[in-house]
Ligand binder design. Structure first.
Ligand code: UDP
Ligand code: MG
Length: 318
């Protein structure tokens, strides 16, 4: 199924973005107008701003934009700051409610090149259900951010979670993918892990990530770290099974110690008390860790169950 002039919504989470908002709104308005004039998207396409509990004039600006062009600019105001991922989810669900064919999520600071949206829409019209915006290079990032980001992708892969390297939250999702996403009941959202796990036909569009148009980053190091921990712990229970591994290792060391102690007893070089101390330390420690690991395996299962993730997603039936 491909829609020739899809109804699109741009979904923009905003946290204290009063400085960047009017620039972004202007650029996106032009984008929507040009695309709909070219019949690439429906004239009913819109731009949804989600105010993530900002403390500045962000919401006032959104209201003003809505008054200027009520059909084009929509606003969703969250009662308090719930973080980028939750704000984005709220906006995507609003897009689903108003009946869009596809939603494009994008940051409020124009770091995600809006011109890449043309190609995303083109790929959607050609049948892709999810189109990822992938950064061509990370030149605009500091070496620190670049290296930590790559380390993060490696850890995620090792933990068994599929993420798209160098893809943040600039992506197009068709209505089917949005409906599938709505089935995910978890409160701790990590969209970069959930979306690739949905399946569907996907595609990638490469773009150059720019610098922030105005204001400063709302992702200080502290938020970046908790975001990374969120990503790992919401998808993997591997850290729990690592306890078992550690326990087994400790038991093995205990057994080696036991052999060494017995050997030194027989050869008459034993130091009194040392052998029994070390063997019981490593063996008992190991057994305790293994037991903890087993309890951990069950907790991991409970954790995965309480998320109530959908068992499967039907793409189509004939
Ligand atoms: N953002 C949000 N809630 C937050 C933090 C950030 O909605 O608690 C939004 C922010 O307004 C922006 C996007 O998330 O649209 C990305 O944030 P930012 O550009 O500050 O991150 P960076 O590009 O520096 O990683
Ligand atoms: Mg940014």
């Amino acid at each position: 199924m491909s829609i020739s002039t899809p109804r699109i919504a741009f979904v923009i989470p905003c946290y204290n973005e009063e400085e960047a908002l009017h620039v972004t709104a202007g650029v996106l308005r032009k984008k929507v107008e040009t695309l709909s004039a070219a019949h690439a998207i429906s004239a009913e396409s819109s731009i949804i701003f989600v105010d993530d509990g900002s403390a500045d004039a962000t919401w006032n600006e959104i209201e003003q934009l809505h008054q200027e062009a009520p059909e084009l600019f929509h606003g969703v105001k969250l009662a308090h700051n719930r973080g980028h991922q939750n704000a984005l989810f709220g906006g995507l669900m609003h897009a689903l409610d108003i009946g869009v064919d596809a939603a494009i999520s994008m940051d409020a600071d124009l770091q995600d090149d809006p011109n890449a949206a043309d190609e995303m829409i083109e790929r959607f019209r050609n049948g892709a259900e999810i189109v990822y915006g992938v950064r061509d290079s990370r030149e605009t990032d500091t070496a620190f951010k670049r290296n930590t980001a790559h380390a993060f992708y490696s850890v995620m892969r090792w933990m068994g979670t599929e993420t798209i390297p160098d893809h943040a939250d600039y992506r197009l999702m068709g209505a089917n993918a949005l409906r599938a996403l709505a089935e995910y009941g978890e409160t701790n959202l990590f969209l970069r892990g959930i979306v690739p796990s949905l399946g569907f036909r996907t595609d990638k569009v490469y773009y150059q990530r720019g610098v922030r148009v105005a204001g400063e980053s709302k992702y200080p190091l502290k938020k970046m770290i908790s975001f990374a921990i969120e990503g790992i712990t919401s998808f993997s229970v591997k850290p729990l099974s690592m306890i078992t591994g550690l326990g087994v290792l400790s038991v093995v060391v205990g057994i080696i110690m036991l052999i060494y102690t017995l050997a030194s007893v027989f050869s008459g070089h034993a130091v009194a008390g040392w052998g029994s101390m070390m063997c019981s330390l490593w063996l008992l420690g190991g057994m305790i860790l293994v037991s903890l690991g087993i309890v951990g395996e069950y907790i991991g299962k409970i954790y995965m169950e309480v998320k109530r993730r959908p068992r499967f997603i039907v793409e189509k039936t004939v």
